[in-house]
Design a protein. Structure first.
Length: 364
């Protein structure tokens, strides 16, 4: 019992020790990790420990508080730790590679952990791929077809050198779409697509945002596609804006919508019936898009959101002479052209949308 208590105290000291990096999960950065891999010598969070548990040849996990730790394991943890592991296993992570955080979907976290410890993709011995070759890829993905009824197998082709992504149906020699890497974006959309490997690809065609919804049965394959798109985008940005510093470039490679969800909206006269729509807020493009259905290819409309000094504002009340039957929280988005009125499901959703919209209005 004395050993148990003493070793637990030593382990918890190690977890908090400054300069070790042990106070955050070695894989997703979550604070105060409560688990550790005694085979790799790293401190990890509960979710990442579950992924490690499925890799018994590489990693073995224990709880810092609930399990007994032998003295030799404490010594091993002392001699290793998160900073040591990062230097070894993340020595050559390419700048374009997406490093997941704790809020990211499971497939991104699983493949990051497997890439590091199982496949050793970022060890110092590995050859760091240049973004141009890493941004070239071809293969099949399941793509949601017209009418949103079913997914169909489509051949995709990505070339960073040509600056395009294309996809083909089975029969055709001519691509169904030629997408410029300049406006290409990708984000994981697990809940929306209803698949644990669901990826949403967006691009601009004829001035409109076009959505493609795809997945692959293999987690590795879909994450490799995501990072290939990022490599192609990085190559494009680096070539097009050679003087922009890396820290400014990296966030622009790909992005998630800052907020998505249902609200009700009325028309321009503000007398039309309120209709339920799916909204997506893209802070980089400064636009609020709305769709009849979350999986629609094209938006029904979009609102540009400028800065406060340009006359944009978000309010939690109704414009004069506008009356709403439902006693639900409202948002009025004021633009120089007109006022847009939305109804939210509840107070929490109203606050979230207002915070997100204000975030765009206040950004430079």
């Amino acid at each position: 019992a004395m050993d148990y208590d003493r070793n637990k105290a030593l382990l918890l000291e190690l977890q908090k020790a400054t300069g070790t990096g042990n106070d955050r999960c070695a894989d997703c950065g979550d604070p105060d990790p409560e688990w550790a891999s005694y085979k790799l010598g790293i401190f990890i969070c509960l979710t990442c420990s579950g992924i490690h548990r499925n890799l018994p040849e590489i990693s073995r996990v224990k709880s810092l508080r609930l399990d007994f730790w032998e003295s030799n394991l404490i010594e091993f943890m002392r001699n290793h730790g998160n900073i040591w592991a990062k230097a070894k296993y993340e020595a050559k992570v390419p700048l374009y590679y997406y490093i997941p955080k704790s809020h990211d979907c499971m497939v991104l976290r699983q493949q990051w952990i497997r890439a590091k410890y199982e496949r050793g993709e970022f060890l110092d011995t590995g050859i760091c791929q240049d973004p141009c070759s890493a941004g070239s890829r071809e293969g099949c993905l399941w793509k949601l077809g017209k009418g949103r009824r079913q997914f169909q197998k489509r051949q995709f082709f990505l070339s960073a050198r040509e600056g395009v992504m294309k996809y083909y149906s089975k029969e055709s020699k001519v691509p169904k779409a030629i997408i410029s890497v300049e406006t290409l974006n990708a984000m994981f959309q697990v809940e929306k697509i209803g698949h644990s490997h669901g990826l949403q690809i967006t691009y601009i065609t004829d001035g409109q945002t076009r959505n493609l919804f795809v997945y692959h049965e293999s987690g590795k394959e879909i994450v490799d596609w995501f990072n290939a798109i990022r490599a192609a985008r990085y190559h494009y940005l680096r070539t097009t804006f050679p003087n922009v510093p890396e820290p400014e470039l990296i966030p622009r490679i790909t992005r998630n919508f800052v907020k998505e969800g249902y609200m009700e909206k009325t028309g321009p006269k503000q007398k039309e019936a309120f209709k339920l729509r799916w909204f997506c807020l893209d802070s980089q493009e400064r636009k609020l898009m709305y769709f009849k259905n979350p999986l629609d290819a094209f938006a029904q409309g979009q609102v540009f959101i400028g800065r406060r000094d340009e006359g944009y504002e978000v309010r939690d009340d109704l414009p004069q002479k506008v009356w709403v039957k439902k006693k639900k929280p409202v948002i009025t988005l004021v633009t120089p052209v007109r006022e847009f009125v939305f109804i939210c499901e509840n107070d929490r959703k109203q606050r979230e949308w207002m915070d997100a919209l204000n975030g765009v209005i206040t950004q430079l």
